[in-house]
Design a protein around this ligand. Structure first.
Ligand code: 6PG
Length: 247
């Protein structure tokens, strides 16, 4: 059963997402001393990131125990305004007491294939270094935050692209014709292992794709967000009324 939560507007959506983030971080840190989160790119999560960088949310997170990853990255340098690491750094991460070594950005300054291979190494090294044997074997994020495009893409899993069906490699590079640009993306192989996956979707422009993804026929090659189905974790769609207006 799909868990869809509809909020009056983008601000209420961001507040609810911030409360979820804080709860999940506390639970993970109490249980295992660490909270692993893969951040979403794009603009939708920026309200959430702003809240987490400010009171009363900021001090409710034990930031030194948070390990931050990214669900995808644009193949531009880390100081480029279009870079997802850069966006999260400017809005959230430079404002909280998180050690630099806890920030595991996708090295998009490398060639696309090198960046994908390097990030897979980074993920494997991190998860294999966890103190808890079960966590080492599970190798899963506590939380994955995802956005969705108006074409139903998520992360950089764009319609008609091979990484949608990638169930072995955790990271893939792909050239996105629609954007005329290279992207690096986590694949369903690692995304669907997460303990909790939260989609954040806001605005009327997303309403057609959201209705197709949630209630249309299953066709992930056309609507890649449909490939996101946690193997054993929870999936929550946190959307605002504008995005939900077609259902
Ligand atoms: C990115 C994201 C991408 C994003 C959607 C929605 O790098 O842009 O990973 O998947 O989440 O395109 O973007 P907006 O939130 O800007 O609408």
């Amino acid at each position: 059963m799909t868990n869809v939560q509809i909020f009056p507007d983008a601000d209420q959506l961001a507040k609810a997402a911030a409360e979820q983030f804080i709860t999940l971080a506390k639970e993970a840190i109490e249980a295992r001393g660490v909270f692993t989160v893969a951040l979403a790119g794009g603009t939708t999560p920026q309200k959430l990131y702003q809240l987490l960088a400010s009171e009363p949310y900021r001090d409710q997170v034990d930031w030194p125990r948070v390990q931050v990853f990214w669900g995808d990255e644009r193949c531009v340098p880390p100081d480029d305004p279009q870079n997802n690491f850069h966006k999260a750094w400017k809005i959230l991460l430079k404002h909280v007491p998180i050690p630099e070594e806890n920030l595991h950005r996708i090295p998009a300054e490398l060639t696309p294939e090198q960046a994908a291979e390097k990030y897979e190494e980074i993920l494997l090294k991190f998860f294999s270094s966890l103190p808890d044997q079960v966590e080492r074997q599970n190798a899963r994020f506590d939380l994955v935050l995802l956005g969705m495009g108006d074409d139903g893409h998520t992360a950089s899993l764009f319609p008609g692209t091979a990484p949608i069906r990638e169930m072995t490699r955790w990271v893939r590079a792909l050239y996105v014709d629609r954007l005329a640009a290279w992207r690096i993306t986590l694949t369903p192989a690692i995304l669907n292992r997460a303990a909790k996956i939260i989609f954040l979707v806001s605005g009327q422009a997303k309403s057609w794709a959201l209705q197709k993804v949630l209630y249309g026929s299953y066709h992930p090659d056309s609507f890649p967000a449909q490939i996101i189905k946690p193997l054993s974790g929870d999936l929550i769609w946190m959307v605002d009324e504008e995005a939900a207006k077609l259902f």
